[in-house]
Design a protein around this ligand. Structure first.
Ligand SMILES: NC(=O)c1ccc[n+]([C@@H]2O[C@H](COP(=O)([O-])OP(=O)(O)OC[C@H]3O[C@@H](n4cnc5c(N)ncnc54)[C@H](OP(=O)(O)O)[C@@H]3O)[C@@H](O)[C@H]2O)c1
Length: 342
């Protein structure tokens, strides 16, 4: 039976990406879409690339009849998301793309997001959405907390290395380049073409980026002791994609072997032959992740590169993968889109 789907925040980038992927999903049908400022508009007018889909018009969230919905994707800003999900029926399956239910510790949420969490009762039932590491829990989840896009990239590179014990846990550096769609569609001065094109710069440097909360939580869980990494993201003048270059201390061949072993049965995670490096060009528009490992001229050091698309595996593709599990559907359904190249 086709699953009836609502997308809350459908007039944003991740909402549009959910709709694009669901266009060819054989078991999902979009029956409700919400916008805020764009409520009342036709989806095909807001996003002309989706015009052919014959989608429902954008409405306010309170106009949606959730009794007719099997699963809601919530692609709203954090804080708004928890306020909205609190008001939804408690038996409705929800995949949240925001940061609101990722951190299990209320104090950590307040530290990174600047205000107290108002729905910790719901947080307690949320399953963290890094599919390949939470698959069994996701199969029975009602509420999924999608990961941060940068947080997903860093974890795909580092988690298996922590689990395999092949790196020094106190010397991990994540240098990351992120495409501008990661910042959402709302107007911001620093995202104007004239201010972004032709240059790049770091942001949230010096241990201030919010996704460090996820790294702290998840790496420490995997290691069984506190792990803290250095992480500097850079805003790049391209639309989609994340490339993380991760510097670690360990034997490069062992590091490569650990990634190959951990991901050998994972459809979306592709470990390149030793010495090859990941590129955003090879995964754009798809749910695939590429990982590459190379040695360094400094003995006992390695460089791990990981590329994913922030709008697919970093958010909406991951969300659909998790929704498939929550709905009892094959995990890869609708997600085998080949990357766009060039
Ligand atoms: N972009 C990414 O790569 C990425 C990756 C991972 C996770 N995320 C997370 O996913 C969520 C959505 O991100 P996005 O990039 O799609 O953002 P976006 O492009 O800014 O879209 C935000 C959406 O939320 C709606 N909205 C904003 N304020 C609202 C309110 N008070 N009430 C109801 N609806 C409201 C907007 O409606 P109107 O436009 O009609 O006003 C729009 O549909 C965020 O929490 C973000 O952190 C994003």
């Amino acid at each position: 039976m086709t699953q009836k789907i609502a997308i809350l925040g459908a007039s944003g980038y991740t909402g549009a990406e959910l709709a694009r992927i669901i266009a060819t999903h054989p078991e999902m049908e979009i029956t409700a879409l919400s916008g805020d400022r764009k409520a009342g508009m036709r989806m095909g007018d807001v996003f002309p690339h989706l015009r052919h889909m014959g989608l429902p018009d954008l409405v306010k969230i309170e106009e949606i009849d959730f009794s007719a919905i099997d699963l809601a994707f919530c692609a709203l800003p954090h804080a708004t998301s928890q306020a909205v999900i609190t008001e939804l029926p408690r038996d409705l399956k929800v995949v949240d793309l925001s940061a609101d239910f990722r951190l299990r510790d209320a104090a950590e949420y307040e530290k990174w997001y600047g205000k107290p969490h108002a729905a910790m009762d719901l947080q307690a039932e949320a399953v963290y959405g890094l599919t390949e590491f939470y698959r069994d829990e996701l199969k029975t989840a009602r509420l999924c907390a999608g990961t941060g896009c940068n947080a997903a990239a860093g974890q795909y590179a580092i988690r298996p290395l922590i689990e395999a014990g092949v790196i020094d846990l106190d010397e991990i550096v994540i240098d990351l380049k992120a495409g501008v769609s990661g910042a959402g569609r709302a107007l911001k001065e620093n995202l104007l073409h004239a201010e972004l094109a032709g240059g790049t710069m770091p942001y949230s440097a010096g241990g201030k980026h919010r996704h460090l909360g996820e790294f702290d939580q998840e790496f420490s869980k995997a290691a069984g002791r506190p792990v803290r990494v250095q992480f500097t993201p850079h805003l790049m003048p391209f639309n989609r994609g994340i490339l993380a270059t991760v510097y670690v201390r360990g034997t490069p061949e062992d590091i490569h072997a650990a990634l190959v072993a951990r991901y050998e049965n994972e459809v979306f995670l592709e470990v390149l032959p030793f010495g090859q490096l990941a590129s955003t060009r090879s995964i754009a528009g798809s749910n695939f992740v590429h990982l590459g490992v190379i040695g360094d001229r400094l003995p006992g050091r390695a460089v791990v590169t990981v590329a994913l698309d922030n709008l697919t595996k970093g958010s909406s593709g991951q969300a659909i993968q998790n929704a498939n599990l929550m709905l009892g559907l094959p995990e890869t359904l609708g997600l085998m889109l080949a990357p766009v190249f060039p």
